[in-house]
Write a protein that binds this ligand. Structure first.
Ligand SMILES: CCCCCCCC(=O)SCCNC(=O)CCNC(=O)[C@H](O)C(C)(C)COP(=O)(O)OP(=O)(O)OC[C@H]1O[C@@H](n2cnc3c(N)ncnc32)[C@H](O)[C@@H]1OP(=O)(O)O
Length: 205
């Protein structure tokens, strides 16, 4: 066993979260190994397809899953940011949230790389979109992301703990403004300003 420093998912005792954590580890290991696994690629691909086949066999029809995954209404487990049951989620750990603000921490590894040694800019946008959205929910007024403006002040390092913050700034009818940051070592590397609009009607799920 050679877990990467990038594997930040807490080890869960049983449940789908365990499976997602293992899948996350596989993704990280593949990106780290690269050509070093070329000789075993056939065996490894067969084994992984076998695992996927086994999971597919147990899965309900997609239409049923699309309904039941929202019952009770809660995206915490399967969203791609802090969803512990979603292997694509790094996952971001929400650590505090005084006064409706949201704070979280995450350490990102090679699967999230953009420039060498640094986080892909789109991943920063993903984290901030979600955390601003969460801040709106906590503040009691939320909507769909209509505009998200990011400023990349400095490169965001991989393999270091990052702090992510979000807060609702103002509400103007259906228009909601929220701001947030991602910091490394106490320095803001990315900041965001978002406009969220509460739709006239609830979007279909
Ligand atoms: C835990 C969960 C956290 C989740 C966080 C993740 C959130 C997301 O990622 S949501 C997914 C990404 N976003 C989307 O898919 C949204 C797609 N867009 C839409 O559905 C619609 O355009 C929507 C809902 C944003 C606005 O539609 P609609 O309600 O018809 O807006 P509309 O009536 O035209 O405009 C309302 C006001 O907002 C303004 N507005 C709307 N869109 C924009 C925009 N893109 N930029 C600037 N202003 C805008 C309008 O100018 C108008 O302002 P005013 O009242 O002053 O004239």
């Amino acid at each position: 066993m050679n877990p990467s420093p990038a594997v930040t998912a807490p080890v869960q005792q049983g449940g789908v979260q365990d499976v997602a954590a293992a899948a996350r580890r596989v993704v990280d290991a593949i990106v780290r190994a690269g050509d070093a696994i070329a000789a075993q690629s056939g065996d490894l691909a067969t084994a992984l397809h076998g695992v996927a086949d086994r999971i597919d066999l147990a899965a309900p029809p997609l239409a049923e899953r699309m309904t039941t995954m929202w019952l009770p209404v809660d995206s915490r487990l399967h969203n791609p940011v802090n969803g512990l049951e979603n292997p694509l989620a790094p996952p971001l750990e929400i650590t505090e949230g005084a006064d409706g603000d949201v704070a979280g921490s995450v350490t990102l590894g090679l699967p999230y790389q953009g420039p060498p040694g640094h986080v892909h800019g789109g991943i920063s946008a993903l984290l901030l979109d979600h955390v601003l959205g969460l801040a709106n929910i906590r503040a009691g007024n939320s909507g769909m992301t209509a505009r998200l403006a990011l400023t990349y002040h400095r490169p965001l390092p991989l393999f270091e703990e990052l702090s992510v913050t979000g807060r609702q700034a103002s509400v103007d009818g259906r228009k909601i403004h929220a701001t947030g940051t991602i910091s490394a070592d106490g320095h803001v590397a990315v900041s965001a300003e978002g406009l969220f609009v509460r739709p006239r009607a609830e979007p279909g799920r």
